[in-house]
Design a protein around this ligand. Structure first.
Ligand SMILES: O=P(O)(O)OC[C@H]1O[C@H](OP(=O)(O)OP(=O)(O)O)[C@H](O)[C@@H]1O
Ligand SMILES: Nc1ncnc2[nH]cnc12
Length: 241
């Protein structure tokens, strides 16, 4: 069985050839250090080639852990379940490291660290809460949630949005993002982009400087990126259909 075979009816991008690495991604891992803590020993920089191999291998592990559920939550939707990524501590750790590296090089030229570090990671209800706080801690940034309407106390800003299988309302608490703070919006999946765009609009309503979006998985045919106003948008994995 292929290392990334899963219960999918329609496979995700499933071989190294189908997961092309950009030179920026290769550089990301080549310049990676093993930890973000000040006093811990730093790993020797790897070559770009071994960095690329490490990232490719991480992507294969992550893809292999995903599961598909046809016709959930409504007929016609091929639901991609990311929860298994958190069941195995090794895969969970690899996921967080890969996401951290993407942020450290967010929008930077090949091999360079990003000059703009986020002050705030905004995670979307509910699956953005599974890794947003851990990622924020690694980056020494705040974590702020976007929640579905009616879940948070106090004054909130609200945005309506449409997603792949329905309509909904998102909210953020007033004051959760301070004017001028640099904000990165993170979520598990970008499908139509409706959820992420609504979250971005709330960040801007609060006066935050939206620096971009980061997702674990993109469903490219739904063209969600087109709703994100041309801001830097990074995804770790993508489906091949
Ligand atoms: O790009 P879009 O078409 O907007 O879809 C993506 C959103 O849909 C899913 O969340 P969902 O609303 O199902 O909520 P959940 O995380 O609470 O399950 C997913 O976690 C994203 O937030
Ligand atoms: N196809 C899909 N699978 C999982 N989560 C989603 N959110 C929006 N579309 C989705």
């Amino acid at each position: 069985m292929s290392p990334i075979a899963n219960s999918a009816q329609q496979p995700l991008a499933s071989t190294q050839d189908q997961i092309p690495l950009t030179s920026a991604e290769a550089a990301v891992l080549a310049s990676a250090t093993s930890t973000t803590t000040e006093n811990a020993p730093r790993r020797q920089p790897a070559s770009a080639a071994s960095g690329a191999a490490e990232l490719a291998s991480t992507k294969i592990s992550l893809l292999g852990a995903l599961k598909h559920f046809p016709d959930f939550p409504i007929p016609g939707i091929d639901f991609i379940d990311i929860l298994p990524l958190f069941q195995d501590p090794t895969i969970h750790g690899a996921l967080l490291r890969a996401l951290e590296l993407q942020v450290l090089h967010f929008g930077a030229a090949d091999g360079e660290l990003a000059t703009t570090k986020p002050d705030v990671i905004v995670g979307l209800d509910a699956r953005g809460f599974l890794f947003g706080p851990s990622l924020a801690l690694r980056l020494n940034a705040s974590f702020v949630p976007v929640r579905k309407k009616g879940k948070m106390p106090g004054p909130c800003v609200t945005a309506a949005y449409e997603k792949e299988y329905g309509t909904d309302y998102f909210q953020m608490q007033e004051g959760a993002v301070k004017p001028g703070q640099k904000v990165l919006v993170v979520d598990d999946i970008i499908a139509t982009g409706g959820s992420a765009a609504a979250a971005g609009s709330l960040v801007k309503k609060l006066g935050g400087e939206l620096i971009g979006y980061l997702f674990i998985l993109e469903i490219p045919f739904l063209k969600g990126r087109e709703k994100l106003g041309g801001l830097p948008t990074v995804t770790l994995l993508e489906t091949d259909h």
